[in-house]
Design a protein around this ligand. Structure first.
Ligand code: ADP
Ligand code: MG
Length: 701
């Protein structure tokens, strides 16, 4: 259908209050366009130039132009398909306008003899030059041209561009855009916020569209700076607030528990593990709460580092908690930690959501009394009913897997515990150690995680053979099953990963159950197990223990095994419909093999056709085993918004600045944020409120 001026006008955005919200209003709300300032900050994606007319003779093919002329012919033609063909003459040349859908009112506007202004892409058609579905409007000879470039805003299906333009224009007019930032903190040569916004919404005709579109124009720089500053301020604020908190200082006793653990371990720590243990121990000795991320590739041995940290705290007479995102992983940690620590006299408690009644009560009592010095579990660990006893350290494994709600719950739990262990000087906040195999690229670390210390394990334990990754079309399934047969014949174990268990009829996915049946048949004589998220916890645990005990040869599983699972004898992993997984997820899954000395293989089976991003993901997997490189490519393929998506869902991401391109501005904003908090704390608070509203909290957790 022809658009813009010819289409029925939408209702203006200022509909009377109390009425039911219209579709576009709801759509705006969904896009977060609620306050005037939100509308003012909703910036154009691009612009249309309706400020001038291009003579047809000068217009080139492929160019989008606005022309004005008189209709010399207007006919409905039925071949090759029904269409309205209008011939327009602007005095320099003619052009055919084609419309495949149209109303009688459009025919009227476009009747022979009418003067119209049209805008569209000029093409060299079969029968001369043409425009397909240009926008058009009836004009007279003195209808003025637009005074500024016409903004095109990010919109959505239920939010017509014309409606949004009006809403933004009135939001912009109403918004309070007084300068909050002290002039001394602004980089040179940038316009005021007010000027920048008015300019970007309605650039004058002389503006270079290039500097608008590549966002290098000073008005854009100002907006990006504002945004980065708000984000840096909220990070810095969180950091300063934390620095004021107190935490139990945990001294290292000679011959203490951590040294006993070290001596009892069946292996020597790698140099990298030693280094990070030292970094953590230093933090724990300080009377401020640690806020540290331990990153290390899958299999780099983070668990034992967590155990060492816990040993420092428990050795000093305090309690520790370790939380993992899945029950399977929590249980595995529980066993491992019991194995290491029980011989040293440590009691470990176990808390998960599936625990009920008496068992749960008993566990809670053991935790609250301090009888258990270490508490391991899923997010059940941070539920309200749980009362700790002198909690000094919380370890969050695979922290990127926890959502916003859980991170906020963790924070309030930590605060509650802080009050519980209050001394004369006030609350004592437990130390926090987060662990992740998904490394944070440097640029993100500088912006989103400015409030986080980072320790990195950059070395794998010795004796590992690198995993070989192969990418095959699903047509090779038979050959892959043969390969599994060989592997299990040699006493090794195999994972087969399927993307979904609730088979959605629309997505034609092989479901885990069907695959399980096929493999059981093909590998008669060997035990083939099935594991998925919908199984009762006890059943999951039973399957997992058969697999880790070595009795089960093949485990068909959904992504429940994605993180942390550690069965060193598993040497082959097949991932079905690999194209449906994200890159970091694939890398995590692959990390389930290659944990022992045997050479391991990861087979990625895909189903054609592959999308471009699907292709680049599988290519990245085949080319590198390095988690840092994978994270870098993931960021490249998805952009920071999505990269952060899972972790930060609900949190505002950078809309205007680009971390790679605007790194200089990031530095300036970082510097200015420090000065602003010192010298103009009220302006800083006002700035954060303007940009982040109530969302600032999310960035801190
Ligand atoms: P991740 O960093 O992925 O959490 P884990 O902590 O699960 O890794 O460790 C992977 C495997 O390596 C485990 O079986 C663990 O016991 C073993 N491991 C850890 N550190 C060492 C080491 N220094 N030497 C040998 N094996 C180690
Ligand atoms: Mg782990």
């Amino acid at each position: 259908m022809p658009t813009a001026a010819a289409s029925p006008a939408s209702a203006p955005p200022s509909a009377p209050a109390r009425r039911e919200k219209s579709m576009p209003q709801k759509a705006m709300e969904k896009m977060g366009l609620e306050r005037d300032i939100d509308l003012a900050l909703h910036l154009p994606l691009r612009y249309e130039d309706e400020t001038r007319l291009t003579p047809l003779r000068e217009a080139r093919h492929g160019q989008t132009v606005q022309v004005e002329g008189v209709v010399v012919d207007s006919q409905i033609s039925l071949r090759p398909r029904r269409q309205l063909v209008v011939v327009l003459d602007d005095g320099t040349d003619t052009v055919n306008l084609r419309f495949f859908s149209f109303y009688p009112s459009h025919q009227k506007t476009l009747a022979a003899g009418q003067r119209v202004r049209v805008r569209g892409e000029l093409r060299g058609g079969f029968l001369g030059r043409e425009m397909v579905h240009p926008t058009f409007k009836a004009v007279t000879e003195d209808t003025p041209l637009a005074a500024s470039l016409t903004p095109v805003y990010p919109a959505s299906a239920n939010l017509p561009q014309a409606y949004l333009r009006k809403a933004v224009a009135s939001g912009l007019a109403r918004a309070r855009l007084d300068e909050i930032l002290p002039a001394e903190l602004l980089p040179d040569g940038l316009p005021s916020l007010q000027q920048a916004l008015h300019f970007l919404h309605h650039p004058p005709p002389s503006t270079s569209v290039l500097t608008l579109e590549d966002r290098s124009h000073p008005a854009w720089q100002r907006l990006k700076f504002e945004e980065l500053l708000a984000q840096q301020l909220s990070q810095l604020q969180a950091q300063r607030e934390r620095a004021l908190l107190r935490a139990p200082a945990l001294p290292l006793a000679q011959g203490g528990l951590h040294e006993q653990l070290l001596a009892a371990l069946p292996f020597r720590l790698t140099d990298a593990q030693r280094r990070v243990v030292e970094e953590i121990a230093l933090d724990l000795q300080r009377p401020q709460p640690m806020h540290r991320l331990l990153q290390g590739d899958v299999g780099s041995g983070k668990t034992v580092v967590a155990a060492m940290a816990a040993a420092v705290a428990m050795g000093a007479g305090w309690q520790c908690a370790l939380m993992a995102p899945t029950e399977i992983l929590a249980e595995q940690h529980f066993r491992k930690l019991v194995g290491w620590l029980q011989p040293l006299g440590i009691e470990v408690a176990w808390l998960t959501g599936s625990q009920k009644g008496k068992a749960r009560k008993e566990m809670l009592a053991r935790v609250a009394s301090g009888e258990a010095q270490l508490v391991v579990g899923t997010h059940a660990v941070i539920q309200e009913q749980v009362e700790f006893h002198r909690l000094a350290l919380a370890v969050i494994d695979e922290q990127h897997r926890f959502g916003v709600a859980q991170r906020l719950a963790l924070r309030s739990k930590m605060q509650a515990e802080a009050r519980r262990i209050e001394d004369e000087g006030g609350p004592l906040e437990p130390h926090l150690l987060m662990m992740s195999a998904t490394p944070i690229p440097r640029t993100l670390a500088m912006t989103y995680y400015a409030d986080l210390e980072v320790s990195t394990i950059d070395e794998l334990p010795p004796g590992r053979t690198p995993i070989v990754t192969k990418v095959f079309s699903d047509a090779k399934r038979e050959a892959v099953v043969e390969r599994i047969r060989d592997e299990v014949a040699q006493g090794r174990q195999v994972y087969w990963v399927c993307p979904l268990i609730e088979e959605s009829e629309k997505l034609d996915l092989q479901n885990a159950t069907a695959t399980h049946e096929q493999l059981s048949e093909a590998l008669a004589g060997h035990m083939v197990g099935l594991l998925h998220g919908r199984m009762p916890a006890a059943e999951k645990a039973a399957v997992m223990s058969l697999f880790s005990g070595g009795q089960m040869a093949v485990l068909v599983a959904t992504t429940v095994i994605e993180v942390g699972v550690d069965v060193p004898n598993a040497s082959l992993m097949v991932i079905e419909h690999a194209e449906r997984f994200g890159l970091s997820q694939l890398h995590q899954l692959r990390g389930r093999v290659g944990r022992g000395a045997v050479a391991s293989v990861c087979v990625l089976l895909y189903t054609s056709p592959l999308s471009d991003t699907g292709k680049s993901r599988l290519k990245a997997m085949a080319e590198t085993n390095d988690g840092f490189e994978i994270a870098r490519r993931d960021l490249e393929i998805r952009g920071p918004g999505e990269f952060m998506g899972a972790r930060q869902s609900g949190a505002p991401l950078l809309r205007f600045a680009n971390l790679e391109e605007d790194i200089a501005l990031v530095r300036q904003a970082r510097h200015a944020a420090g000065l602003m908090l010192d010298r103009h704390p009220e302006a800083a608070a006002a700035h954060v409120a303007r940009w982040l509203g109530g969302k600032a909290e999310y960035l801190k957790a």
